[in-house]
Design a protein around this ligand. Structure first.
Ligand code: CP
Ligand code: NVA
Length: 310
């Protein structure tokens, strides 16, 4: 049966773990329609999206806002400091009240449990705009970008650095849905959460991809098609001194790129910290597709909003 985004109406978009490979591909296909200008209608006309922000954001905030408006809807920017939750109102009441006004609740939160609580009480779809554990909007844009550059085929995708990062967890899941061979190169204390690994392994048994986790960054990037990295200091992390000590060997630089395939593409969700996890020449060099990746946040956000709301 052909899957379209129609199958996704009313669903939450929180971890991607409850999406099938076909559902994920339906989002990728629809994202391409949006990017190519094939969607001439305004499917979100008269619809509202609440955008709650507990943390700063540039790409996610603007792509979600522009996506909603481009599709005819209205995006309400709601920093938590401006909501009654800042004075102790419960997430339960916030979710129940917002559900009476808007057609989806999107939130960037410090703790993933906040999203779970919102989703528990909301009667409209809840969208994760980044939590400490997952960043699924980013992962959709990441895979969409990979497919744009490589086509829909088996690839070796390598994530280097902080394996506990929200971006890594979500890209692990998205890559498993695609059947990629995914490698995490990270210090042992920063390997992905066990719970995420076991869920990813169960997706892999269906899609035929693989997941490998190694400590050695050189071993990780050998023959890579894609090398992905993210900041070593995600918003909210506290063990800064330890991170400064263990992450430098995982820097994405020219020497490391030389060990990957000649056509290797370098990805980063941004914001990046030049000279830390990535060197300037690599970030702005010919292998980098980070700005295409950033642009694709817009096209993929449209697919998600349309799929869940309409
Ligand atoms: N990649 C990403 O989510 O960027 P922002 O923090 O700017 O939204
Ligand atoms: N892992 C990073 C992603 C920022 C978009 C963070 O959480 O700060």
């Amino acid at each position: 049966m052909a899957y379209t985004i129609r199958n996704l109406k009313g669903k939450d978009y929180i971890t991607l773990l409850d999406f099938t490979p076909l559902e994920f591909r339906a989002l990728l296909n629809r994202s391409r329609d949006h990017k190519w200008g094939l969607v001439k209608t305004y499917p979100l006309k008269g619809k509202y999206v609440a955008g709650i922000f507990e943390k700063p954001s540039t790409r996610t905030r603007v792509s979600m806002s522009v996506a909603t408006h481009d599709l005819g809807g209205t995006f309400l920017e709601l920093p938590t400091s401006s909501l009654q939750v800042s004075r102790g109102e419960t997430l339960r009441d916030t979710a129940m009240v917002l559900s009476r006004f808007v057609n989806a609740i999107a939130a960037r939160v410090k703790s993933h449990s906040t999203l779970e609580e919102l989703a528990r009480w909301a009667s409209v779809p809840v969208i994760n705009m980044l939590s400490d554990e997952y960043h699924p909007l980013q992962a959709l844009a990441d895979v969409f970008t990979v497919v744009e550059f490589f086509g829909d085929r088996k690839l070796k995708v390598v994530f280097l650095g902080d394996g506990t990062a929200n971006t890594n967890h979500s890209l692990m899941i998205a890559s498993a849905l695609m059947g990629y061979d995914y490698v995490v190169g990270a210090p042992q204390d920063y390997w992905p959460k066990k719970e995420v690994i076991s869920k990813v392994e169960s997706i892999l048994s269906e899609t035929g991809g693989t997941l490998t986790i190694v400590e050695d960054p050189k071993e990780a990037v050998k023959d890579a098609d894609v090398i992905y990295t993210d900041t070593w200091f995600s918003m909210g992390v506290e063990d800064l001194e330890k991170r400064k000590e263990v992450f430098p060997p995982y820097q994405v630089n020219r020497d490391l790129l030389a060990m990957a395939k000649p056509h290797v593409k370098v990805m980063h969700c941004q914001p990046w910290f030049i000279g830390q996890e990535i060197t300037e020449d690599v970030a702005y060099g010919t292998h980098s597709i980070a700005f295409e990746q950033a642009e694709n946040r817009l096209h993929t956000a449209k697919a998600v909003l349309e799929a869940l709301i309409i």
